[in-house]
Design a protein around this ligand. Structure first.
Ligand SMILES: C[S@@+](CC[C@H](N)C(=O)[O-])C[C@H]1O[C@@H](n2cnc3c(N)ncnc32)[C@H](O)[C@@H]1O
Length: 429
């Protein structure tokens, strides 16, 4: 990549971030990357804390939580505006956009809105369920059926509460510690009622609705919080919240459908979401995607298996793949020295880039959003390590944009140069 700093026409970065966007490489794509990065709204844990818990929202958070984006919390979601700008700048109209680390499906949702077909994979079965539910076509009948199914489940839960029915199964000590006893009983009824639903799509939706309220009625603040706190929750509130959340999903789904391109001009763009490892992509054919737009996990920062343990358990989702092959999880990286973490991260990223180079078409773009992180006081510079990994996989770096981000990591690691987030453009040869 040639070093060609480019600042013209790029807005100053956000006040809470305080840095400008710097770019290098081909000017046109670099400008598009910079535009995509430069979105008001914090990034990282702070952003998700806000997004998941804030009662009052800023304009940016409103966009972040608009229609299906705001249905269910997910750690380290991409900002929808960033996703939309990357898709429209780099994916041909009517083309296929792949996000191999699709998480909650932000890129897939924005691809459909932009009239592109979407393909997503993730190793986290909760992400696969969520991305499917958010991108699924739901007409008025389907939305009504969802609300009616949720109302029936709520009615059963209310009835069981009034008749003081016991739990339908034994709960372990983690659940006893996480919920007040009366909340646990209501959740138990909602869980049993959701699993009893015979229509598989409705069952999946109801279980996601349950997942969406789990943390709210638990003694934890968010997926990533470690401490617990007392919350006063009235009898019947949990079941009422369940129905409200199902109504909310139906409403959000309708608002999303209304944003899709007019179907007079062609069929509704479609999304397919699969359970797959981004370092293999074994469910995908060679050259099946026109462009890849994705954000891998932050190295040594999150731990999706741990963050989602409670939700995965309640939804009876198999987390073996995530347990064995999650990329960059804190539980594994914490045990490494800084240099060991760096070489492990390059190795994991290069396996991802090799798989990406196989499934994107020749000359297709691989756009990666990646932030600096740290391991034991050692900075893991996203753009440097991703460039090394992409080089090993035979991808050509064409452009980069970077913007300073708050240092929620380790001040030692970022003493010499600030922590940044990067949007990187590589091309398959
Ligand atoms: C930064 S998040 C992506 C968030 C997503 N862009 C969104 O807006 O919700 C990274 C994702 O990578 C997934 N992941 C971790 N290791 C993986 C692997 N080996 N293969 C596929 N996905 C993986 C995690 O489950 C997580 O959903």
């Amino acid at each position: 990549m040639t070093s060609r700093p480019h600042q013209a026409g790029i807005k100053r970065a956000l006040s809470h971030v305080g840095g400008s966007v710097d770019t290098e490489g081909d000017a046109g794509p670099a400008k598009s990357l910079a535009h995509a990065l430069d979105v008001t709204g914090a990034e990282g844990p702070e952003r998700h804390k806000l997004a998941d818990e804030a009662e009052e929202t800023s304009k940016e958070e409103e966009i972040d939580r608009a229609h299906v984006h705001g249905f269910h919390a997910y750690p380290a979601r991409m900002h929808p505006v960033t996703a939309a700008r990357l898709v429209t700048a780099f994916a041909p109209e009517g083309g296929v956009v792949l996000d191999p680390f699709c998480g909650s499906g932000t890129v897939l949702v924005e691809s459909l809105i932009a009239g592109r077909d979407a393909l997503g994979t993730d190793l986290n079965p909760l992400a696969v369920r969520l991305a499917r539910a958010k991108t699924a076509p739901r007409d008025e009948d389907a939305r009504r059926a969802l609300i009616s199914a949720a109302a029936s489940v709520r009615a059963i839960a209310d009835e069981r509460r009034k008749t003081r029915a016991g739990a339908t199964k034994r709960y372990d000590k983690e659940d006893a510690a996480m919920f007040d006893p009366h909340v646990l009983l209501e959740l138990d009824s909602l869980r049993a009622g959701s699993f009893a639903q015979t229509d598989p799509n409705l069952r999946a939706d109801l279980l996601l609705v349950l997942s969406a309220i789990l943390v709210k009625v638990s003694r934890r603040r968010s997926d990533t919080a470690t401490r617990t706190e007392q919350k006063r929750i009235a009898a019947g509130y949990t079941a009422k919240l369940f129905l409200r959340k199902a109504e909310d999903l139906a409403r959000r789904s309708a608002a999303f459908e209304a944003l899709l391109p007019s179907q007079v001009r062609g069929p509704r763009p479609r999304a397919r979401v699969r359970d797959d490892d981004a370092t293999r992509l074994s469910t995908l054919k060679d050259a099946c995607a026109d462009v890849i737009v994705t954000s891998p996990p932050y190295a040594a920062t999150y731990d999706y298996l741990t963050h989602h343990a409670m939700r995965l358990r309640w939804l009876e989702l198999d987390s073996k793949g995530l347990e064995d092959r999650e990329l960059g999880p804190r539980r594994r990286y914490n045990a490494m020295s800084g240099p060991e973490a760096e070489s492990a991260w390059v190795d994991e990223l290069s396996r991802f880039f090799s798989a990406a180079a196989r499934v994107v078409r020749p000359k297709g773009a691989v756009i990666v959003l990646i932030a600096d992180s740290s391991s034991n006081g050692h900075a893991l510079r996203g753009e440097v390590l991703a460039a090394a990994a992409a080089h090993e996989a035979g991808l050509r770096p064409l452009a980069r944009a970077s913007q300073q981000r708050p240092d929620f990591h380790d001040q030692r690691a970022f003493a010499s140069a600030p922590r940044r987030e990067h949007a990187l453009y590589f091309q398959r040869r």
